[in-house]
Design a binder for this molecule. Structure first.
Ligand SMILES: Cc1ncc(COP(=O)(O)O)c(C=O)c1O
Length: 381
């Protein structure tokens, strides 16, 4: 192998690559912002809300401080609180369940499907029938693929349960030709810097087609106030910084192209890893569009493969090593190891490899080559 290839590192995340596209125009806007000194909300946030609503195919977009706050605000806007149960997956980023607890409700977990990592719709529908305390369900569009929703939506509608999509990782994704965020009562997005559409700090958003919910969300993100110093409910401070809105406004025009580059890299992995002893992300169904926030393989000897890749300069990460029902902070919920065998198995076998738009095709090929090399040689013993 050439020395150049040995020395090269292939990053899981390379935000500097994205920054170059917007650097000049953003600096001009930031200079104007420094002149006005209006750092919270303001015209750019309203403009971003309109542009994101159009992009996501929703009537209303409400910007807020983070994806975690978006989930919390959506639950509280739906009237979820103490004594309520909220059904979700144990195989997600902590914030999904954290928001449920923060709203005063109790997370109820449902195992995921082996192939897709998504909440098992049949099991979720059964839990909805069994537990009348469940008042909301949060499916998560994990890794950039939209969770299938037909059965879940029917089961929610039959019981009057609110469906809230956690679309933090899936802006621009589609399922059965419907955009992520278009089948629940509300959808929550994160603009954490590493997301497909990333800010330069914390930022998030809730979309909805319901004007009443949009009004609640706007009020709740401002300490429960519509009119200054008049508080209808106890809300939180979750306004968006003007600077984050400017960054997102500059990045949004590139999102489609960047998502397509992710998809191109994923397609190349499918070709190059076809013979490797690893399981690839589930194939897309008709009308689906995976936006590959992460490209996650499921594999034997995951920890050794991870070490091997890191030692050879290939960034990789485990999303997520501990399912939420086994987290110490949720011990009080009474779950134990073995309750969600699929999530537990996936937590021990999944590995995200670089797929971002910053990757060139030869870098994708180099990652695939390293994986093949590991299973041919380094993994024995
Ligand atoms: C699935 C999921 N839900 C919620 C969040 C929370 O978003 P944030 O980090 O913006 O609070 C994230 C992001 O980190 C996420 O990946």
């Amino acid at each position: 192998m050439a020395d150049a290839e040995k020395a090269r590192t292939i990053a899981l995340v390379n935000l500097a690559w994205q920054h170059r596209f917007i650097d000049e125009a953003l600096r001009a806007d930031l200079n104007r912002l420094f002149e006005t000194q209006q750092f919270i909300m303001g015209e750019p946030v309203g403009r971003l809300e309109r542009e994101l609503a159009a992009y996501c195919g929703a009537e209303h977009a409400v910007a807020c401080g983070s994806g975690s706050d978006a989930l919390y605000l959506a639950l509280v806007a739906a009237g979820i609180g103490a004594g309520d149960e909220v059904l979700t997956t144990p195989y997600t980023f902590f914030a999904t369940a954290g928001a449920i607890d923060r709203a005063g409700a109790r997370p109820v977990f449902c195992d995921v499907e082996e192939n897709s990592y998504h909440i098992n719709q049949d099991r979720a529908a059964a839990l909805l029938a069994e537990r009348p305390g469940i008042r909301a369900v949060i499916p998560v569009h994990l890794f950039g693929a939209c969770a299938p929703f037909e059965r879940l939506r029917e089961a929610c509608a039959a019981r009057g349960v609110t469906l809230i999509e956690d679309a933090a990782q899936a802006i621009g994704a589609r399922v059965a030709a419907k955009p992520a965020g278009s089948f629940g009562a509300m959808a929550c997005y994160s603009f954490f810097p590493t997301k497909n559409l990333g800010a330069y700090g914390e930022a998030g958003m809730v979309t909805t087609n319901d004007a009443g919910l949009a009004g609640q969300l706007r009020m709740l993100r401002m300490h429960g106030s519509r009119v200054r110093y008049v508080h209808e409910r106890v809300g939180i401070n979750s306004r968006m910084d003007t600077m984050q809105a400017l960054v997102l406004l500059h990045k949004l025009p590139y999102l489609e192209e960047w998502n397509e580059r992710r998809r191109g890299n994923a397609a190349l992995y499918r070709e190059l890893l076809a013979g490797a002893p690893v399981r690839l992300p589930a194939a897309e169904g008709e009308g689906d569009r995976h936006v590959f926030h992460h490209f996650v393989i499921t594999c034997e000897r995951r920890d050794r493969l991870r070490e091997y890749l890191l030692a050879h300069g290939v960034g990789c990460e485990v999303y997520y090593p501990i399912p939420l029902h086994l987290q110490e902070c949720f011990a009080g919920l009474g779950y134990k190891r073995g309750d969600f065998p699929v999530a537990e198995r996936l937590a021990g076998a999944s590995l995200a490899i670089p797929v971002g738009p910053w990757l060139e095709r030869d870098e994708v090929a180099a990652v695939a080559r390293r994986i093949g090399e590991f299973y041919r040689t380094a993994s024995s013993g």
